[in-house]
Design a binder for this molecule. Sequence first.
Ligand code: AMP
Ligand code: MG
Length: 498
Amino acid sequence: MKIPFDNSYTALPDQFYTRLDPKPVATPKLIKVNTALAELMGIDLTDLETTEAAEVFAGNTIPDGATPLAMVYAGHQFGGWSPRLGDGRAILLGETVGTDGIRRDIHLKGSGRTPYSRGGDGRAWLGPVLREYIVSEAMAALGIPTTRALAAVETGEKVLREQGPLPGAVFTRVAQSHIRVGTFQYHYARGDKEASKTLADYVIARHYPEAAKADQPYRALIEAVMDKQARLIARWMQVGFIHGVMNTDNMSIAGETIDFGPCAFMDTFHPGTVFSSIDHAGRYAWGKQPSIAHWNLSQLAQSLLPILHEDPDIAVGIGQETIDGFQEIFSTYYFEGFGEKFGLFPLQEGDPDFIGDSLKLLSDNEVDFTLFFRHLTGIARSLLEDGDKGENSLEVLRGLFKEHEALDNWLEDWRKRLTQDKTTPEERLEKMKTVNPVFIPRNHQIEAMIQAAVTGDFAPFERLLSVLSNPYSEQPEHADLELPPKPEEIVHATFCGT
Ligand code: AMP
Ligand code: MG
């Protein structure tokens, strides 16, 4: 296996990382390699069948050209400040520049202790590795910016967690970079202005080259990150995704979804939905995600104050003014995106209120979020000249609502609104099909997949991966995967215990 490394992070000064190798594992066994992604990254997989690939993705063999290191960062975890976190169980092997010209990190997760492990064992168990594999690839297929899954291996070792000894695994994650809001916070908190500047310049060159041309490049950097994050959070919300640990160390500067710990997709719609077992106060609930993102971005702006302007008061003014723009940018992405889901575009004056009222109706009626939009798309199909009557979708929608009359009244209002723009029924249907998935990685399916994998049965993993790679396409032979959990299948909490 050949990886065409082209490493840049390792050229940064020492205070950005600790150079060290991953810790070997007992008996690496390949679970999965993402061959399409490997190809895009220019990785030659001709010896995939040999043990070499398993050895590399387990961290037992260091591939030629790798410069393994653990990155340092800080972060606010659930609002509490930790001055030094860092890769406690992860190693950055290096970067490649893909055939698409995009530079990506190759990062092993579960690869042993590092100077940043604190009390942790540096390892991961199979469950969260497979969860991250499925959910990150599903996100990518949904068209949402995300880190990707390149490989997963079993280690042949046991990992001790609350539940007892569990099978160990290593996950190979690919990201446009692993720089986080917390990376900036680390250097700011140490008062290392030189490092803040080095990092900002590196990020601009790597992710936001257009910011270099702005009058105030560091302000442009905040704006660029803010725009990416505002769009990302809106996209999460439009598929019912709840990240679960939106700590500043889990917010990517490149604007990708990162760190799939206790994340989950909501079944029944309610803005207060939370799954993470440690999020008792609902800090990171579905509907709180924009305000948390805003808060995290203000931490980024604060970390850049020393280089925003030499006069601290002026710097604060610039930072504040920039961050104050978040709500408006977010609202635009949020309402445009939900408008498309409801088939309302271009947006008209009363649409944000209509969207808000409609979501309230879904919440009051405890409606399954994904099924609602998927079958509203079915109704949109019935509005075509040669469309079916939409009876099936109407019947399913009726079944989702506690009060049928509320649905009937709403559909009447909705149809009325549809007559008020020039969008044709064909255009409307096409758009709705591209934003309303048929399949999402539902929690109960993920849990069942993990249970099977622990007993050595990876068929449910392969099936979920395959179905979710085409989330917007109907796949009648897999229609059972569209369904929400039966009462006894509902997963009430997801665990950080990764
Ligand atoms: P997370 O909540 O997964 O984003 O992790 C927060 C911090 O805890 C990061 O610095 C991780 O590297 C560290 N961490 C999480 N799990 C482990 C583990 N098993 N061993 C060592 N460090 C860990
Ligand atoms: Mg993290």
